[in-house]
Every structure is written in structure tokens, then in C-alpha cells.
Design a protein around this ligand. Sequence first.
Ligand SMILES: CSCCC(=O)C(=O)COP(=O)(O)O
Ligand SMILES: [Zn+2]
Length: 213
Amino acid sequence: MSIDPRPTLIATARQFYEMGWMVGTAGNLSARMPDGNFWITASGRPKGRLTNDDFVLMTLNPCQGQVSLAPTQPNSHRSPSAETSIHAVIYTLFPDAQACYHVHSIEANLVSRFVSSDTLPLPPLEMLKGLGVWEENPQVAIPVFANRLKVPLIASEICDRFKVTTPQIPALLIRDHGVTVWASSLESASNYIEIVEYIFRYMVAARKIGFGL
Ligand SMILES: CSCCC(=O)C(=O)COP(=O)(O)O
Ligand SMILES: [Zn+2]
């Protein structure tokens, strides 16, 4: 029998809410199960006060990025996150991904405006090691995607780009929206969110004092 990830996701959402990264209903968290299904936060639920009832179990269909409610949850009274298609693309493209977390911070939105291109260079901080970059003076950029009203469009742009170019770090930024990370465990996904948000805070602070990258 597999472990239910919902209590961990609830605690994580609460922690991110307290950091100001999941204010109100913002953001969504998911965890893949050994059978390939994944639990994801239900749409529009308060992320600081989630309960086990605020999750939906989804089946990843063989057809890329397509998802449906898992057979065990056909009558769920909750709708899955409006951004489920992004999680589905991540799980499809990255078989090792066991968790996918998306949050909205002020700093992520500010740094997403530092460039108009589709990548944002990151400062060569020691913290990048926490995202798997073990290089001296690393030259790393996070992929940036346009925000779109139709979320499946964002998902398909992520899919199209990542099929051709593997991102340097397990993270992507949606302009004026927020960051998404994926990892091989729930704990690593939490660490990745904390690290990318630290880097974004650093970038905002550096710009404030006129310190270039
Ligand atoms: C106020 S949040 C707007 C929607 C969004 O970007 C988000 O992350 C939360 O959407 P969900 O459907 O997962 O609640
Ligand atoms: Zn969002």
C-alpha cells in the first residue's frame, strides 16, 4: 500500500501560505503515486487551510498532457486545479518527477519582468547547487513562458520547448504569474521552491541596490 501524500501537501501549502507564496487560493501542488496517478490540489481552495477533501486524484492518459479523474474518484465534488495540464506535461516529460509544486510570489513576478526574452539568467550563487548545478561560476537560466488565459496553451508551449531543450534546472517561470518546480520527492520539491524563491529575492534585492548580476 502506498503512502497518502495529502497530509504532507497540506503542511507544505500551509508553510508556503505563511511565506506569502500561496496567498488565498493561489498555487497548486501535486504528487505522483506509484501507479502513475497523481493527487493534485482542487481548484480554488484556500491553500493555507487545505483538508484531505481539497484534493483530486487524476489519471495521466497515454495521450500527452491529457488527464481525467481517476476511476476511484469519478464522482468527486471538487474540480482539479485549473493548472492540472501543466503538472500533467511535467509528469509526462520527466518520468523521475514525483512532485510538482507551483507558487505565486511577488519576487517571481518582479524578476519575470527583468527580461522580455524566454529565459531569465540567474546569478551564479552557491544556492544553485541545491538545484543540482555543481559548477564553478555557473551560467544558468530559468525558462520563461508567457502567461495565457487558456492554461492548456501554456502547457503545450512548455511541452513543445522542453521536448527540444531540456531545462538546466527543474523549474520554469510563467511571466506575471509564478514559478513551477518538479522533483523526485516531495521534500526535494519543497527545497527547490525555497531555493528558487531565495534566488528571486536576491535578484530583486540586488537590483534595488544597483548591483548587477
Ligand atoms: C488567485 S490564483 C489564480 C489561478 C492560479 O494561477 C493558481 O495557481 C490557482 O489555481 P487553482 O485552480 O489551482 O486553484
Ligand atoms: Zn498559478
